[in-house]
Ligand binder design. Sequence first.
Ligand SMILES: NC(=O)c1ccc[n+]([C@@H]2O[C@H](COP(=O)([O-])OP(=O)(O)OC[C@H]3O[C@@H](n4cnc5c(N)ncnc54)[C@H](O)[C@@H]3O)[C@@H](O)[C@H]2O)c1
Length: 433
Amino acid sequence: MKSDSKPDVCVVGLGYIGLPTAAVIARAGCKVLGLDVSQNVVDTINRGEIHIEEVDLDGLVQGVVSRGLLSAATEIAPADVFVIAVPTPFDKDHAPDISYVLAAGRSVAAVLKAGDVVILESTSPVGTTDQLRDLIAELRPDLKIPGKTRDIPDVSIAYCPERVLPGRILEELTNNDRSIGGITPRCARKALAFYKRFVRGECVTTDARSAEMTKLVENAYRDVNIAFANELSMVADRMGLDVWEVIRLANRHPRVNILTPGPGVGGHCIAVDPWFIVHGAPEETPLIRTARGVNDHKMSHVIAKAEALVEANPEAKVACLGLAFKANIDDFRESPARFVTSRLARKFGSRIHVVEPYAAQLPIEFTDTGAVQIDIDDALETCEILIVLVDHDVFRVVPLAERAEKLVYDTRGIWPDQPRVVREEEARLALTA
Ligand SMILES: NC(=O)c1ccc[n+]([C@@H]2O[C@H](COP(=O)([O-])OP(=O)(O)OC[C@H]3O[C@@H](n4cnc5c(N)ncnc54)[C@H](O)[C@@H]3O)[C@@H](O)[C@H]2O)c1
């Protein structure tokens, strides 16, 4: 690394995590090369534009690209610090797929030099950073690799997970605390010095395996607690109770904080990461596995309940509100709202009207279903049934006067003032479904 001085940084993978990270590092004054396998992503960023939706990211990227601090390429180049933020999906048996991490590791190994720091940020099963280290050791026998030498290693390798909330990524990238796990304590210190350049939150060092597990545990914790809320919502349907009322009252207990039910759990984190723990310790994880099952089952429950409501009112037009996996974002990956709506579209065709302000057009699976996309004003004017699947602010603010006469199935509890009589009707329909 240059002695003064700000390191040159290479961020591998320019998606929802990599691009904001690259931009924030560039804003701190480091020269950043973003590497991506997608030519379209690279060209878009080099024009100073962005290919994802994230609050304030467009202006930041435009600024750092025009100042020459951020550029993108499909070919890697030497740098002082490498940050890897590529996908870590699972396969059809829920086994983690770290092939993207290893492919990124191969790219990095090709240009690695003494003094460099390699940091994995992708959410990863425990042991992945060790595997990345082993790969680099195999490809670069000329370098002393941490954990493989008794001498001071030539390079440092660490794991530092991301815990940002889409929609608040730029703020949280800077202000959240970070867990930084080194292959060795020295690796952790090197990575810590790098994060201190742009993170205001507290940076806590640990070993790589603990840092990997910490990220998985955070999301499994959320999944298990959401599963409890979702299970309660199905119990409440069975008993004809208003789950929102029950949770509101229970949460008055000073040590109870039940989360909010929904149509299931989506996204590429909470619905995915718990499986990495289950895969690593299958015998010891009945609770985590069951929570996954409960949250997936909630989606089928919502479909059954929505179908019953639509079938019981054959003349009614139906508006499904939202496709995203959570509020106020344009991310539709693993989204229960999208899944529920596409099932309804396949069954009820042109009766289904989809309202999703964050989608320019309907996803591919809606082709030939007859379902159409409309805006919220048209939905309120023309549809008699409203099925709330995402708690976008634009839905939340619809006043009672504009929906009091509608048949509402609110899976997110955004309209607590909706007339109770409709809720009871919904419950009756669910029970007879
Ligand atoms: N999106 C989130 O909110 C979030 C939050 C916390 C952690 N994570 C984790 O961060 C990681 C990245 O997630 P994401 O949402 O940014 O993914 P993404 O799909 O949005 O972006 C990944 C990018 O990596 C590129 N890529 C794939 N293989 C590559 C390679 N070998 N070399 C260079 N580029 C490559 C892809 O083209 C893509 O542009 C995942 O492990 C995810 O679980 C995501």
